[in-house]
Design a protein around this ligand. Sequence first.
Ligand SMILES: [Zn+2]
Length: 310
Amino acid sequence: MLRARPALLLASALAVPALVAGCSATSAADDDGTVQVLASFYPLQMIAQEVGGDRVSVESLTPPGAEPHDVELSPAQVAKVSDADLVLYLSGFQAAVDDALAQAEPRDALDAADATTLLSGDGEEHDHAEDEEEGHDHGDADPHFWLDPSRMPAVADAVAEHLSELDPDGAQEFAANAAALDERFAALDEAYRTGLAECGIRTFVTSHTAFGYLAHRYDLEEVGISGIDPEAEPSPARLAEVSDVVRDEGVTTLFFETLVSPKVAETLAQDLGVQTAVLDPIEGLADDDADYFSIADDNLEALRVALSCS
Ligand SMILES: [Zn+2]
């Protein structure tokens, strides 16, 4: 079963005559023989590429090197949302993508929030189904689930299911690719669990509060200088609170990230006489040679150094 949102089901129903006219077969494979997948940002793009392999063409709505929270879509990109066979997105994370999907008519759309569970900003399990029933948006859900590798296989498996509906001939390949990818997520999860088991400090300070899932999974505490939105400027009161944590907990390192200016973290680190280092929220690729797994490895190493893990 394709699990489109009610609005999308309605849109799809209205679009049936066009679909029947445009598609001669049940397969969504396009003129070049591939399923056209549009992912809204990098971690979902990576999953689509790994699971779909050569049978899919994957594009991202967030340009490489751009910060995905505040992405804006051009009219051409909005048109791509309508043309896609499958749109992969995370509701409540990128308002422009939610808006485009409310009007567009892709063949299928998969909301990662329906495949995995999200945490609230305060680190509690967030009940997405309850949100839907009550008609809330997901304003208080923390979107950054991909930083907990144990939450990724459910999304990879859902992508494999949706691709199999669109391209039934590829079903076995999609399932095998998803299983191989899930093993890599499991190995990464194990590396984090063992690598962060014995540490001198369990508190880490980041420039934007992206690592709540990582902290939740591996029993660490994240203190974010700014909130879940990386562009939010921290107040003087927040800077004072963070400074107290740094002194009280013996924090050695303030983490900043690749796609957002490090200025606030650097200034604060200088004031406090501590170091800065990169912890990448893997929201987009700043470097072509990197990928989800290489960045996750680098993040683990940076955490192990900053937290004095043995
Ligand atoms: Zn973020």
